[in-house]
Write a protein that binds this ligand. Structure first.
Ligand code: IMP
Ligand code: MG
Length: 197
């Protein structure tokens, strides 16, 4: 299945068949994560490292929910090929720029799916000699067989194994701006199939 650009409508909402998480639910949960992380990292030099581009929205909100002093940076990885399932290869597109030596790194990701991206980014960041590396993922997808297992310290929500968009997550680079998490109408990514959504 090739990933074709969605035919754009006047409103991106029209392509969403189901809202899984509302803006309000997300805001509340991110606030809770911020409180928890602030308590856990009290007195330690914390650096949030978000993975572009999916985690951009999450990191922006999470950082503002954390009350202790901290810094953030972004790293880049791309694993999705031209489809709604991972290509199996992770390409690192951007390294971090802040100094991570002896800092406590919290990798922030939009979704833990096959685990390849988090595995690759974890290895990349350890080269910078941080004091610790942990993972905070906005979504934890309940997939049956995971290619790569990582330990997730913080998780926003667990979701079923479905393709979702919004709150930073995209399909063909679209829908990232939606303030909620939704399920995309299958006609958008499988135009040939007449599935009832
Ligand atoms: P992984 O390497 O297979 O764990 O994939 C991680 C990346 O795939 C995430 O950073 C997302 O960009 C993308 N991804 C995985 N599942 C979804 C989804 O349901 N919707 C949109 N993007 C997804
Ligand atoms: Mg993506």
């Amino acid at each position: 299945m090739s990933r074709t650009a969605p035919r754009l409508k006047a409103s991106a909402d029209e392509d969403i068949t189901e809202i899984l998480l509302t803006e309000e639910q997300i805001r509340e949960r991110v606030k809770e994560l911020g409180v928890q992380i602030s308590a856990d990292y009290q007195g330690r030099e914390l650096v949030l490292v978000g993975i572009l581009r999916g985690a951009l929205v999450f990191v922006a909100d999470l950082s503002r929910a954390i009350t202790i002093p901290h810094t953030f940076d972004m790293t880049g990885a791309s694993s999705y090929g031209p489809a709604t399932s991972s290509s199996g290869r992770v390409q690192i597109t951007k390294d971090v720029e802040v100094n991570l030596r002896n800092k406590h790194v919290l990798i922030c990701e939009d979704i833990y799916d096959s685990g390849r991206t988090l595995g690759a980014i974890g290895s990349l960041l350890r080269v910078h000699h941080p004091a610790s590396v942990e993972i905070c993922t906005f979504l934890y997808k309940k997939v049956r067989r995971r290619a790569y297992h990582v330990d997730v310290k913080y998780c926003g929500f667990e979701i079923e194994d479905r393709f979702v968009v919004g709150y930073g997550l995209d399909y063909a680079e679209h829908y990232r701006h939606l303030p909620y998490l939704g399920v995309l109408n299958s006609r958008v990514h499988s135009p040939g199939q007449r599935k009832k959504a």
